[in-house]
Design a protein around this ligand. Structure first.
Ligand code: IPM
Ligand code: MG
Length: 365
């Protein structure tokens, strides 16, 4: 039997509640398969800063270093609470970005998935959605504006200024393109390359390297599309997209928009993959306004578990079973208050009841 060590970073806000449901599923997967999971909770995020003075304490670094995979809950607090923490130590800059850098998790997979039966979650008209939405967004995660040179100061005129640079080298672009083409090969063999080469030099190099890598994947059709146009088409015709690849900042924005067309960021799990380490996290924030109320849907957290099973542990079939179990709970009409309004056909349940129902559906698979 293989034992995997999994670092669990509960995070802030709704993090601990949805993590508890993910753990339920991990325990069940363990009982059903020839694997064992060594689960180690460790502090990370704003709550860690208030408790320990660091949002990514050394103790947690040791746990994540030793882990085979990391499952991370959402982090951050309300704007007012965050302001109590020094800017560079706020959990996004003090914990999350350092972790991405530490493990060089350059490939961020964000599935944007809404089967036909769940199109009522989307704010888009049914005729726009058609057969449902099924896109894999691939976001470069450790380059660009996020990690480029930054400076602030006072310029010669005595005015405050800020400078942040969008930096990529060809190797960084090449490796994410390989991931994108490989993914497109497994899907519909159509890759939308998102860029802004009419303005940004970074996109000119991005597109050049994309063409070079494309030569190794001649079966894939590449469609180049400007990022602003892509934002429009995500709303007007999401069915035209299958695999999309984009740099870090574009990916941050378009993937939230993708959550919007699904109806909620709560439906957006993700995988962040490096050459030696991977971590898995919901794409959304910690929703402090609904924290502790047992009303947040755990889909994004359990979906992140499903991605981990497949991408880190090679349990592809079990991963599919977890996805199907979640879909079946929705298909039976169950939902949580953060996703749905009370009304015709909705059987409203809590976070923990949703997790229980997914577990039961998985047991019956
Ligand atoms: C995301 C988040 C992060 C990002 C934040 C929390 C730093 O919005 O994963 O999309 O901007 O990358
Ligand atoms: Mg984001």
């Amino acid at each position: 039997m293989t034992t995997y060590k999994i670092a669990l970073l509960d995070g802030d806000g709704i993090g601990p509640e949805i993590m508890a449901e993910a753990v339920k599923i991990l325990k069940l997967v363990e009982a059903r398969n020839d694997v064992s999971f060594d689960l180690v909770h460790t502090p990370f995020g704003a709550s860690a800063w208030f408790d320990t003075g660091s949002s990514y304490p050394d103790e947690s670094k040791a746990v994540t270093d030793a882990a085979d995979a990391i499952l991370k809950g959402p982090i951050g607090l309300s704007h007012e609470e965050s302001k109590k923490i020094p800017v560079d130590e706020q959990p996004e800059r003090g914990a999350l970005l350092p972790m991405r850098r530490r493990y060089n998790t350059y490939a961020n997979f964000r599935p944007v998935y809404l089967p036909k039966g769940l199109v009522h979650f989307s704010p888009l008209k049914p005729e726009i959605i058609g057969e449902g939405i099924d896109i894999m967004m691939i976001r470069e995660l450790v380059g660009g504006l996020y990690f480029g040179h930054k400076e602030t100061g006072i310029n010669e005129d005595g005015r405050r200024y800020v400078k942040e640079t969008l930096e990529y080298d060809e190797d960084q672009i090449k490796r994410i393109m390989k991931v994108a083409f490989t993914t497109a090969m497994k899907r519909k063999k159509v890759l939308h390359n998102i860029h802004k080469s009419n303005v940004l030099k970074s996109s000119v190099l991005w597109n050049e390297v994309m063409e070079e890598v494309h030569a190794d994947y001649p079966e894939v059709e590449v469609i180049n599309i400007l990022v602003d146009a892509a934002a429009t088409y995500l709303c007007l015709n999401p069915g035209m997209f299958d695999t999309m690849v984009m740099e870090n900042m574009f990916g941050d924005i378009l993937s939230d928009q993708a959550g919007g067309i699904l109806g909620s960021l709560g439906l957006m799990p993700s995988a962040c993959i490096g050459d030696k380490k991977a971590y898995y996290e919901p794409s959304h924030g910690s929703a402090p306004d609904i924290a502790g109320k047992n009303i947040a849907n755990p889909y994004s957290m359990i979906g992140s578990v499903a991605m981990m099973l497949d991408m880190s542990f090679g349990l592809e079939d079990e991963s599919k079973n977890v996805w199907n179990a979640m879909q079946s709970v929705f298909s039976e009409g169950f939902s949580t208050p953060d996703l749905s309004k009370e009304g015709a056909g909705v059987k409203m349940i809590s976070t923990s009841e949703f997790g229980d129902k997914v577990a039961l559906a998985l047991k019956n698979t």
